[in-house]
Design a protein around this ligand. Structure first.
Ligand code: PEP
Ligand code: MN
Length: 337
């Protein structure tokens, strides 16, 4: 339920709505807007009579929210959300470019790549210290040592760090070093992890599960917001289909769908979405043309030696080429780099 306040409503009027909701055992989320304040109501398991709010002073309208997700919905929050990751805005006019290796392998590897992507226009550094690998025999990441390397690369380049939190037992240590916690596709419905990320309050990059519907994706984000953390960036990274020429099928149609239903920014990861280097630039262009707020790109200076995802990693030269060719596409849709 959404309570829309009159333009002339005072803070005391908003307070009375919050008190009324709390007396009914509900949670109230005041959402200040440019013209007027709205108050989102969550926690109603049964039906709540609109009259309980309609007659309070300063209340203009009571709207029943039709979707199961509330705080992430445009109905609750009509204006686009811009999430700041270490001072870098994600979701505004300027596109957000995240780049870096799949996995942190060594100080030298990560700092080399961080310098290369920074010089070519990336705004944020990615790299996994805790890696979700399909095989238990594959490289699992350097753990806390990898986080320290990422912090050193940030020190060196000024790029804020996005890195994955794999489970609730390591999320605190990841949060100690990271500017943004990535929750990976395999963990999109790890509800305890989502709640922990919500409580920590750092920005969250939430990747779409490989078989998640849009509603499931938005409800996963809702878990984070419901804990009081509004700083969520969504990321499409491909879903499983019958196509066998691509690692995943990048579902770019989700971008305008998210834009319609939610105020959260949405990025695209064409590296995991395709799994092959030659598809990364075309799918990046398509993502931005379709309205994505940025892209996350895997880059490695020696892809043939990479400990994970080498076949989809761009070399710094290819990343540079991508950035140059992205420029006119960004301009055509009213965005900047
Ligand atoms: C990653 O970005 O490092 C990753 C493992 O991606 P995904 O969770 O989308 O597979
Ligand atoms: Mn990867």
């Amino acid at each position: 339920m959404l309570i829309v306040m009159d333009r002339s409503a005072t803070p005391a009027d908003v307070g009375r709505v919050v008190d009324a909701a709390e007396r009914m055992g509900l949670k109230a989320h005041p959402i200040p807007g440019e013209q007027r304040t709205a108050v989102g109501i969550t926690g109603n398991r049964g039906t709540v009579e609109p009259t309980a709010f309609e007659n309070l002073p300063g209340v203009l309208e009571v709207i029943k929210v039709s979707h199961p997700y509330k705080l992430v919905s445009r109905e609750f929050h009509p204006d686009d959300t811009v999430v700041s990751i270490g001072g870098v805005p994600v979701g505004g006019k300027r596109l957000a470019i995240i780049a870096g290796p799949c996995a942190v392998e060594s100080l030298e590897q990560t700092v080399t790549i961080a310098r290369e992507v920074k010089a070519r226009g990336a705004h944020l550094l990615r790299g996994g210290a805790y890696k979700p690998r399909t095989s238990p025999y594959s490289f699992q990441g350097l753990g806390e040592e990898g986080l320290k390397i990422l912090a050193a690369a940030r020190e060196e380049t000024g790029l804020p760090v996005v890195t994955e939190a794999l489970d609730t037992s390591s999320i605190d240590v990841v949060a100690k070093y990271a500017d943004c916690l990535q929750i990976g596709a395999r963990n999109m419905q790890n509800f305890e992890l989502l709640k922990a990320a919500g409580r920590i309050g750092k920005p969250v990059l939430l990747k779409r599960g490989m078989s998640a519907t849009l509603e499931e994706f938005l409800l996963a984000a809702e878990y984070v917001l419901a804990e009081g953390n509004p700083n969520v960036v969504l990321c499409e990274r491909g879903v499983r289909t019958f196509s066998d020429f691509t690692r995943n099928t990048l579902d770019l149609s989700v971008i305008p769908a998210v834009e319609r239903l939610s105020h959260l920014p949405i990025l695209v990861d064409p590296s995991h979405g395709t799994g092959r280097r030659h598809k990364v630039a075309p799918m990046s262009f398509a993502s931005i043309a379709a309205g994505a707020d940025g892209v996350a790109i895997e880059v490695h200076h020696q892809p043939e030696l990479a400990l994970s995802d080498g076949p989809q990693a761009l070399t710094p030269a290819l990343f540079s080429d991508l950035m140059a060719r992205l420029q006119p596409i960004a301009a055509a849709v009213g965005r900047t780099l």
